[in-house]
Every structure is written in C-alpha cells, then in structure tokens.
Design a protein around this ligand. Structure first.
Ligand SMILES: [Fe+2]
Length: 213
C-alpha cells in the first residue's frame, strides 16, 4: 500500500539525487597518458626505433605544413590588387589542400604510435618557415613567400621520403611522395606562373598597329 509521501511525489533531494549521473563532471585534471616524443607501440610490424624516427621527421613536416596552410589563409584574406578575385580563390583552394595534408600527416604520426603536434604555440616553436609580418604585403611578395615555404617543405619531404624508404617505412614514404611532394609541386606551378613577367596586353617589341597608313 502506497504511503502518504509516495503520493506527494519525490522530494527535492530525491530529484537532486536522480540527476546526479547526468551532470557534467567539470575541472578534471590528470597526468598525460603518453608523453610527447614517446612511442606507444602498435602492431604494425615496424621497429619502434623506425616509428620514432619517422614520427620525429613527420612532426617537423607537420609544423611546416600547418604554417604553410595558415600562410595561405593570411594571403587569402589580405590579397589586394587587380588579381584579387582569382588569387583570393586560388589561395583558399591551396589552403584547403594543405589542411587535408595536415590531417593526413598527423594521423600517420598517430598510426606510428607517436603523438602529433597540434597547438599553435608548439607549431610556432618548431617550424622552420620564416615568420611573415602581421601586416599586408603586395601580391609578388605574398607569392614569393609562399614559393619559398613550398621549397623548404619539398626539400625536407624528399630527404624524409628517402630516409623512410631506407628504414623500410613504406607507408610514410608513400605519404610523403604521393601526397606531400606531389601536392606541393603542383601548387608551386600554379603560384609560380603568376610571377612570370609577361606583358598583359601587347607583345614585347611589337610595332604599333597600323592606323591606316
Ligand atoms: Fe574565405
């Protein structure tokens, strides 16, 4: 038989207790479960030393790729002049392709049992791409800066690809060659053609069009 209290419904303290498990648990802190630079070996049939060495190289490449990605967004926003529209779109396309590379490189590092860099402060401390000014630059300076960043990336990616192949890390070698090197080379072509000094309207040395004489 129901008591008087049951008919009145649950008390406030009973309601409180009933919601206890649905409440978000805030301000939790704990030690890291894996320190940066350490390998949590996965069963991928690769020696731990090979994983550590590939991961170290890939983290350098990751920091530089994140920097190049951000450089593209900076230029996408700050571009000026008569080529504004086409460069605004091109810089964003290249940004998105670099963002995909960032994810591919970072996930390769994790697949090797290592930890990928992620935060801007760590990236800034690691990258070897020169820091651009906060202010706005002219288009040729923007493009030069991007081309130089691509070349730094390509140089290190080729060395890293050779090292990975020699160590038997085919997965890393394939990522470096098929994704990083090919994407960067193609982007260099699209950029470099913008700083070839060709006339926009009249071919050089051409005689003026005859005006009827
Ligand atoms: Fe945009």
């Amino acid at each position: 038989m129901a008591s008087k209290a049951d008919k009145r419904g649950p008390t406030y303290s009973q309601l409180e207790a009933g919601a206890e498990r649905s409440r978000p648990v805030m301000h939790q802190n704990a030690r890291e479960i894996q320190a940066y630079g350490k390998i949590a070996k996965l069963p991928i049939a690769l020696d731990e030393k090979v994983c550590a060495s590939s991961a170290e190289n890939l983290n350098q490449l990751l920091a530089d790729t994140i920097t190049l990605r951000d450089l593209y967004k900076k230029h996408h926003w700050q571009v000026a002049g008569h080529t504004f529209y086409q460069l605004h779109l091109l810089f964003d396309k290249h940004h998105d392709e670099q963002a995909e590379l960032v994810d591919t490189i970072a996930e390769r590092i994790q697949s090797l049992g290592a930890i990928s860099l992620a935060m801007a402060a760590d990236v800034a401390e690691t990258t070897i791409i020169p820091r651009p000014p906060r202010g706005r630059e002219e288009v040729p300076a923007q493009i030069s800066r991007l081309l130089e960043a691509h070349e730094i990336l390509l140089k290190e990616a080729r060395t890293m690809a050779r090292l990975a192949a020699e160590a038997g890390d085919d997965g890393t070698n394939d990522l470096l060659v098929s994704d990083v090197i090919r994407t960067n080379e193609l982007q260099v072509w699209f950029l470099a053609e913008h700083v070839v000094d060709v006339p926009a309207v009249r071919v050089e040395g051409a005689k003026a069009a005859s005006s009827g004489d």
